[in-house]
Design a protein around this ligand. Sequence first.
Ligand code: SF4
Length: 698
Amino acid sequence: RVEFEQQTIQSGCPFCGVGCQIDYHVADGEILYADGADGPANQNRLCVKGRFGFDYQSSPERLTVPLIRRDDAPKEPHAKLDPANPYTHFREATWEEALDRAAGGLNEVLKRDGSQALAGFGSAKCSNEEAYLFQKLVRAGFGTNNVDHCTRLCHASSVAALMEAIGTGAVTAPFNAAKDAEVIIVIGANPTENHPVAATFIKNAVKRGKRLYVVDPRRQMLSRHATRHLQFKPGSDVALLNAMIHTIIEEQLYDRQYVAARTHGFEELVEKVRQFSPEEMEAVCGVPADVIREVARDYARSEASIIFWGMGISQHVHGTDNARCLIQLALITGQVGRPGTGLHPLRGQNNVQGASDAGLIPMVYPDYQSVAKQEIRDLFEDFWGTDLDPKAGLTVVEIINAIHEGQIKAMYVLGENPAMSDPDQHHAREALARLDHLVVQDIFLTETAYYADVILPATSYYEKWGTFTNTNRQVQIGEPVVAPPGQARPDWQTVQEIATRMDLDWTYQSPAEVFTEMAQVMPSLKNITWDRVVRERSVTYPCDAPDRPGNEILFAESFPTEDGRARIVPTDLLPPDELPDAAYPMVLTTGRLLEHWHTGAMTRRASVLEDIEPEPTVAMHPRQLRTLGVEAGDMVRVATRRGEIALKARRDRNVPEGMLFIPFCFEEAAANILTNPQLDPFGKIPEFKFCAARIEPA
Ligand code: SF4
């Protein structure tokens, strides 16, 4: 028997935005097991993904050499590639050949069709440094702001509402602030499944006597701990929330002093919510008026109330309006800026906060500095030494549409999987197949890589240095725990190789050097250095001094707006884009499962997680099963106006009658074949949480 020397290396978790720190126990270049480390976000806790989800790192399906598409390999929009046998479509190449081919194709389109024919999708799985370099490449090298990432499919509408109201898109308090709250509202989020460690802090707070209101069309595990679960009708968020605001104003429960000193627009809000009495909204949202009033009173009167929300709020055509309502609740009651209060959109991917901060967004440079403002553009043109595009770029779904319209001809996709994650999958895949040139950089041959001309093998989270910013604004260090397989390279190096082939004079030697550059143009990183993050492992931004911890709770005195006050923007009641009708009488909503992460590229190759949840299912209420005449486990067909999938029925009392829930991680029955690509006009986020559907026995 051979015994290997075992080592323990602390790093982070590659999955959700909670940002747990993990002790990885490693021997002979392999991760043996993982334990929760004492990070500020997790305090030794872990969920099933962090504890058991790491073995995708050593999957035999990892990309280990660059691949180039064979000249005769067709890009069929709806064909599938066997990841175990990619050589029907691709051949191996050296790094030099692959990089030359990748950059050559981008340069060719740039020269022929101009900057606006190019676009890039970065990823919230990338480190801050990788995200920063990628957006810099697109802006300085491609010459366009057509750069976006999965925040567009996640919290873009929350960020739009927060930026408009309080001048920043980040949370005002960490999720651990639940312990100091008297009242906790969790709305449009299912933390037990999607932010499991954050959910444990909420449950602990309830055990200590805090009152929890879970507000969601679906019931969930956290509902068992709640004072009340408000099961409102899908899509009626604004009706319910405006009725709460109506109650608070009508019953004079708002904080007059706070409203007068800290906000604009209250009078318009008073006028708007007059028509939203709980008694009238009861029929719209399905929550009894007396319950709406009870929760509104409790939220307003409590010493400290905090709101957590997720994609049940943001992924609607009225997602920005939904978030505006939540912000208004906090502003008119002064429930922000003190311990136990605040606004916390629970971030999805482990670095969606950091990737957004780093500028992977088409309308802003790093730290949300507008590309349209001359003085800001001057600053970045000076700093990067090149002219920059003055026009905001296209967002994720707009880029897909622009490919169909013939505007976008070439793309560089780093770590994203739009062939699985974008709404109306047939439309998205047809777009990818139409591109003249597609470069995909990833750790697996994803569904998107099938359409690539060049595939560049990347390193996974476990194989590289980088900083990652979690939902709490904690900038944390990710440290390599094992070596990358084969010829896989860190993303920052590959992006730099492409950049130098596009005439950018880049000579970065390390992620640390990139971080130092970022800190020069990102006020949020003031007093935070690479060495400090390595030393302390986690530093919260904003931070007042190099030797002081960052500020967890923000906006006690003022907001980062022009005059320091928040802006209230009243909202109207807008219906979902596609209402049920005789042909499609059900409401379909999509989301994640505890065991699987986003498009499943990582977790479906993690053996324990895949064993627990190995196949696609559609969840529905037991009475729905009976109406349909099927048992749990029987095959059914779900159809919308965009397509149809077949999968097994699942019995779930948490799903209300008339609704179906399908996770979007299963390629074999891809939920996004069904979803509606209509966008929220402000956040440009698609309506993943509501479309009309039909179900029948298969
Ligand atoms: Fe990872 Fe999130 Fe689970 Fe923590 S809660 S272990 S960050 S997936």
